[in-house]
Ligand binder design. Structure first.
Ligand SMILES: Nc1nc2c(ncn2[C@@H]2O[C@H](COP(=O)(O)OP(=O)(O)OP(=O)(O)O)[C@@H](O)[C@H]2O)c(=O)[nH]1
Length: 313
């Protein structure tokens, strides 16, 4: 070896640790993003600046001296009845065949009537059959249910599929997260790290900014527009002194009435969305941000394949 700083090949490559890819899947609202932030121990706060195509699944990278877990936060599994949903299903299912482990998340706090519960479990078993990687069933939101219900629940879910483990957690307050980590580490192999130790995500700043605006639209419009709104960052520029980042973003909705809902009386709602999003983006980027938002109506955008490409699907 020419470089005398490296005495062994291990020194050169970096020491092998437990290192693997883990997909987080589950129905919308099950708590996938919350779990990812919980495992990361932070809302993703530093991002790499390397430009790359926007992707619709975020890598969260959990680093430790002894392991590196690369988390894929996939879109919720939906019924595939329109192009956007088909795309989401494809991405969700595709990511499952490449990974070392799958975390399947369910929200156990949903007060489902027995029939709906049976249907949910049947669907879950159907999805699991398509998955080749070992799977852990994560029973989320246990902080919302009576502890006595937990044991019978674990037993009945465990019968659905040969899960490697069934782990109850609260992604929100972190209860059970250590146990989940232990089970994940059982499933991932020893190998070199996929990423340097100091990088917690591979998503671009642009993409994360668009996601933050979308989150605020959902939160501040009372989730009346779940799948009707998309966000697109049109421009993202840092000034020469690196003191201010100016972001122009568009919120795209399907109907004029939805545009009205987002803008609100006298523009109040849009202002609220903009302020909340700007604060989070400033915290994420560690810089002052000027955020300009527009709202556009684009009928049936979810069926427009070109537009979906622009969004990164
Ligand atoms: N009480 C409680 N709430 C939770 C928990 N985990 C998530 N939530 C809440 O559930 C809601 C949905 O959480 P997300 O993390 O956005 O869910 P998601 O699965 O990523 O949702 P999609 O992006 O729609 O697929 C949020 O309001 C969370 O605060 C939990 O363990 N306990």
């Amino acid at each position: 070896m020419q470089n005398n700083e490296y005495k062994t090949l291990d020194d050169f490559l970096g020491k092998d640790v437990k290192s693997g890819m883990v997909a987080i899947v589950g129905p919308p609202n099950a708590g996938k993003s919350t779990l990812m932030n919980q495992l990361l121990g932070q809302k993703i706060s530093i991002v790499t600046s390397k430009p790359q195509t926007t992707r619709n699944r975020i890598l969260g990278i959990v680093n430790d001296d002894a392991y590196q877990i690369v988390l894929l936060d996939t879109p919720g599994l939906h019924k595939a009845d329109e192009p956007l949903n088909i795309e989401m299903m494809r991405v969700a299912l595709e990511s499952l065949s490449e990974v070392d482990a799958v975390l399947f998340l369910v929200d156990v706090s949903l007060p489902l009537p027995p029939k709906a519960l049976a249907k949910q479990r049947e669907e879950l078993a159907g999805y699991m059959e398509k998955i080749e990687s070992p799977a852990i069933l994560v029973l989320n939101k246990v902080d919302l249910i009576d502890k006595q219900k937990l044991l019978p629940m674990i037993e009945s879910y465990a019968k659905l599929f040969p899960f490697k483990a069934v782990v109850p957690i609260s992604a929100l307050n972190g209860d059970g997260a250590d146990n989940l980590l232990k089970e994940i580490l059982e499933l991932i192999p020893v190998g070199p790290r996929y990423f340097p130790e100091d990088i917690p995500t591979d998503a671009t700043e642009r993409f994360l900014a668009a996601e933050i605006v979308r989150e605020k639209v959902f939160l501040l419009t009372g989730q009346e527009l779940p799948y009707s709104a998309a966000t697109l960052v049109e421009s993202f520029k840092e000034d020469e002194q690196k003191k201010l980042i100016t972001i122009h973003a568009t919120i795209v909705v399907e109907r004029p009435s939805q545009k009205g809902m987002i803008i609100g009386k006298g523009g109040q709602k849009l202002k609220q969305i903009g302020t909340a999003a700007r604060k989070d983006i400033e915290a994420l980027l560690g810089s002052k941000v000027l955020l300009k938002l527009w709202v556009k109506v684009k009928k049936k955008w979810a069926e427009d394949e070109n537009f979906l490409k622009e969004l990164g699907f």
